[in-house]
Design a protein around this ligand. Structure first.
Ligand code: HEC
Ligand code: HEC
Length: 239
């Protein structure tokens, strides 16, 4: 005869197996389970896995421009941010992230990223009352730009753009640098600076006067005109 005791023991054993199932050794806890790339939603993962390597942890101090910059975020609209993130920037190392453009992120993930960057990093109170020049504009007059460069940039970048010890270290007329940066990238730098590296934004023109939209377009044209035809050659042109 199967006693009540035996039955109770069997039930207890079954319960123990049932309860223990979720804690079997080696079974991933929910946080460690595989998440399909298109199901990733949180900002830390989206930004950390896709952007931080170039734009820096926390959106600054990376090789590519800081995105954690209120002035930059006042300068670039959501449409501008979404376009660059989705399509990438042709001719530069900025990849296209939209699945439709060969990338890995859904349009929803890109919209979420941009919305969160703005919520976390725009800090509107820091740029209240500041109206940056428009995001996109045609190149201006390179010759006028040379004068703007001499007045507003040479103190840190040197007479010829090669840098000044103790101020800006790198050359901004280096052939390889100019070959890898777009005109819009140069424009974004002139308008928003590199606040993470000590490069002033457009408000830091000569004598503390903000650069006008015309001066910005001119100095960008001057920089673009310094591109060499055959970047990277050991014996470039005649220079
Ligand atoms: C492999 C490096 C790399 C990665 C990864 C990368 N970027 Fe970029 N990004 C760049 C570079 C370089 C530029 C500047 C391109 C140029 O010269 O215009 C740039 C430009 C941009 C711009 C436009 C800046 C402007 O001038 O207005 C935005 C917005 C941007 N990136 C967002 C992102 C976001 C969001 C991610 C992650 C989803 C990301 N990037 C990942 C390298 C990268
Ligand atoms: C107060 C000093 C200062 C002034 C003035 C200044 N810069 Fe800079 N700039 C820097 C520093 C610092 C960097 C960071 C890189 C480095 O140290 O070389 C930088 C970086 C740059 C870069 C490279 C940015 C990148 O990451 O791709 C460009 C282009 C540039 N400056 C253009 C200009 C132009 C054009 C002007 C004048 C309108 C100007 N700068 C005025 C200090 C300055």
């Amino acid at each position: 005869m199967i006693g009540r005791f035996t039955r109770a023991l069997a039930t207890a054993a079954l319960l123990a197996v049932g309860a223990g199932c979720d804690a079997l050794p080696g079974k991933p806890v929910p946080d460690e389970r595989y998440v399909r790339p298109d199901a990733v939603k949180d900002f830390a993962s989206l930004y950390g896995e896709n952007c931080s390597g170039c734009h820096g942890a926390d959106g600054r101090l990376g090789p590519a421009r800081p995105l954690n910059d209120p002035l930059y975020l006042a300068f670039a609209s959501d449409t501008d941010l979404i376009r660059a993130t989705s399509q990438g920037v042709a001719g530069t190392t900025m990849p296209a992230f939209a699945i439709s453009a060969g990338g890995t992120l859904t349009d929803q993930q890109i919209a979420d990223l941009v919305r969160e960057m703005r919520t976390r990093w725009a800090r509107p109170q820091e740029v209240a009352g500041v109206t940056p020049p428009p995001y996109a504009a045609a190149l201006g007059d390179a010759q006028a730009g040379a004068a703007t460069y001499a007045a507003s940039c040479a103190s840190c970048h040197g007479k010829d753009g090669a840098g000044v010890a103790g101020k800006a270290k790198g050359s901004i007329v280096d052939g390889s640098y100019l070959a890898l940066v777009s005109d819009q990238g140069l424009r974004s730098t002139v308008v928003a600076g590199r606040m993470d590296l000590g490069m002033p934004d457009f408000r830091g023109g000569a004598g503390g006067t903000p650069l006008t939209a015309t001066q910005v377009a001119d100095v960008v044209a001057w920089l673009a005109a310094q591109r060499s035809q055959f970047p990277g050659r050991p014996y470039p042109e005649s220079k």
